[in-house]
Design a protein around this ligand. Structure first.
Ligand code: GLA
Length: 560
């Protein structure tokens, strides 16, 4: 299983570039970060950690059409299945070629004033200024002086005012908590960050930063040693994903595990079917040839951490509340303090045995269909305002069968949300239908591999699923925005088979499925029509609309 494999560590650049599965010029970027590190810190880095971004498939990139040598390679993920990972439904992302690189090494001349684990962090983008920080052992009143080092560490992350280094700190956090709880001190280090995943674009720049940072701090503190030597315990891709998911919560977003899994586990030329229930598992899904996925940035920046209480985190709470209410109506067992997910409700209804692994696809699809009928009970009672599909807080609590206090403890005590109505019906309808689309998309790809007779029909079917996903994201999950809607419409008029938003939405990128021989004309048409692209040429245009192909996941280069 892909999740059980160790994190790849390379000592030879030819092997590393060969493993990335991209035709972009990685060498230039890796060399420049190593040279810049040498210049700024007076020595070579000890490691470079790399983590790609992602795009979501119902949104996959099949093939790259032109090498963009001037543009550093990036790994991001393309995926299908928006906003269903935190409901524990399977998703189908792929890593793209844009990535984050983090060069790191221990500080050789440690001075008395260097706190344990202190970090001098620099970024190659000049707008991100140099930051110096150090973790502090968290003291509890009841803990004696000698025991303090057994306690957790603390790093200040202001979730109200996130900065570039907040993501570096978030990655570092998990390394401190998991590996420095027993009295040893982390090394003081210098780091240099560079990246090509545009921030706030729905291409998982935050996951790539957090995965890259986790990996860099693991490597520099000798925690990946087993992975270099082949002896001793190795850190697996699955373990890194779990750590990165927990780490990313420290920047205030309760994201599911899709971005981190795609950034870590992806393989070249394929999408990845990632399932989160009953446990994290991932398998490659071959993509049909003949079409290309094109990413187009709406240029609306959507920072999910900043808008979390009205958007992302609110959706997490709505889907969780919907799950409890559905379970109650279906008379399924749910503990009072349990945050049951929509996927678990489906499993309990179907009588799934967790120990036996994920239930067979046909069975899951059938139960999902039934759920699309059962969700009627999530609609507001007749007394609600005309046309309003949502329920008030009071109605939601009553429907849940919990007291206000119990509901608050389970669903609201850990997150800030802001809404007058909670759209339980619409959110659940999106989740169940999107989960079905992921399974159908995967089935189509697998069937096409075994009988590759009419590739265009396959591509049309995939495009259709992408379009349905966009409609559902827009109308039911309400995570699109006018610019994303306009861009997907322009893409369809320019000859795409399907087009949809990718990532959390509310801005960021679209992904469109386009025939391989139509790529240049597609890009020309979209560039000429989408207002914010007017006046962009050459590299500036390549930055906002580009083809990419699935690349491999995170890795480390070790300097010898
Ligand atoms: C963000 C989150 C993911 C996922 C997507 C929406 O990218 O980090 O976990 O929920 O949004 O599909």
């Amino acid at each position: 299983m892909a999740a059980e494999q160790p994190i790849p560590v390379y000592t030879n650049l030819t092997d590393l570039y060969g493993s990335l599965g991209t035709s972009l010029n990685h060498a230039e970027k890796w060399n420049s970060v190593a040279e810049e590190f040498q210049q700024r810190f007076g020595r070579k880095p000890a490691f470079i950690a790399r983590a790609p971004g992602r795009v979501n498939l119902i949104g996959i990139i099949f093939h790259i059409t032109k090498a963009q040598s001037s543009q550093p390679a990036i790994l991001t993920i393309i995926r299908i299945g928006e906003h269903i990972d935190y409901c524990l439904f399977g998703v189908l992302p792929a890593a793209i070629e844009r990535d984050i690189l983090i060069a790191i090494s221990r500080r050789p001349n440690i001075h008395a004033e260097d706190a344990p684990g202190s970090v001098f962090a620099e970024n190659m983008q000049t707008k991100y200024t140099r930051q110096v920080f150090a973790p502090a052992p968290r003291r509890r009143a009841s803990v004696s002086e000698e025991e303090v080092r057994l306690e957790e560490w603390h790093l200040d992350i202001n979730t109200k005012e996130l900065r570039w280094e907040s993501y570096v700190k978030a990655g570092y956090y998990g390394v401190l908590i998991n590996y420095f709880a027993g009295g040893s001190n982390p090394a003081p280090v210098d780091i240099l960050v560079t990246g090509t995943v545009p921030a706030g674009s729905g291409l998982s720049s935050s996951a790539a930063m957090v995965v890259g940072s986790t990996l860099a701090f693991l490597a520099v503190n000798g925690k990946l040693e087993g992975n270099f030597t082949g002896n001793g315990p190795k850190i697996t891709k699955g373990q890194l994903v779990e750590m990165a998911v927990a780490n990313e919560k420290r920047v205030g977003v309760n994201s599911g595990g899709m971005d981190q899994a795609a950034s870590v586990i992806s393989v070249p030329s394929s999408a990845l079917y990632i399932s989160f229930f009953p446990e994290l598992s991932a398998s490659a899904v071959p993509l049909p040839s003949g079409a290309v996925f094109i990413i187009a940035n709406s240029l609306v920046v959507s920072d999910k951490a900043v808008t979390a209480k009205r958007n992302y985190n609110l959706r997490v709470v709505e889907t969780l509340a919907a799950a409890r209410i559905l379970a109650r109506r279906l008379e399924l067992k749910v503990e009072k303090t349990e945050k049951v997910t929509l996927r678990e409700v489906v499993g309990r209804l179907a009588g799934e045995v967790e120990e036996a692994g994920e239930m067979p696809v046909e069975w899951l699809l059938e139960t999902l269909k039934r759920m699309e009928r059962e969700i009627e009970c999530l609609k507001p009672s007749k007394s609600s305002e005309e046309g309003q599909m949502g329920v008030t807080m009071e109605e939601m609590i009553e429907m849940s069968g919990l007291t206000a206090e119990e509901f608050h403890d389970v669903y609201l005590s850990w997150v800030e949300v802001e809404a007058t109505h909670f759209q339980l019906y619409k959110r659940a309808k999106h989740v169940f239908s999107e989960a079905s689309r992921v399974l159908q998309f995967r089935q189509i790809c697998l069937a096409a591999e075994s009988s590759p007779s009419s590739p265009m029909d396959v591509i049309k079917d995939l495009g259709q699923l992408m379009n349905e996903s966009q409609t559902s994201c827009n109308e039911l999950f309400q995570c699109s925005c006018p610019e994303l809607n306009e861009l997907t419409e322009i893409a369809m008029n320019a000859g795409a088979f399907g087009s949809r938003l990718t990532g959390a939405g509310w801005g960021g990128c679209t992904v469109s499925l386009v025939a391989e021989d139509n790529v240049d004309s597609f890009i020309k048409k979209v560039s000429a029509t989408y207002g914010p692209y007017k006046g962009l040429h050459g590299e500036a245009l390549d930055e906002v609309i580009f083809a990419t192909k699935p690349s491999s996941g995170a890795c480390v280069y070790k300097f010898e």
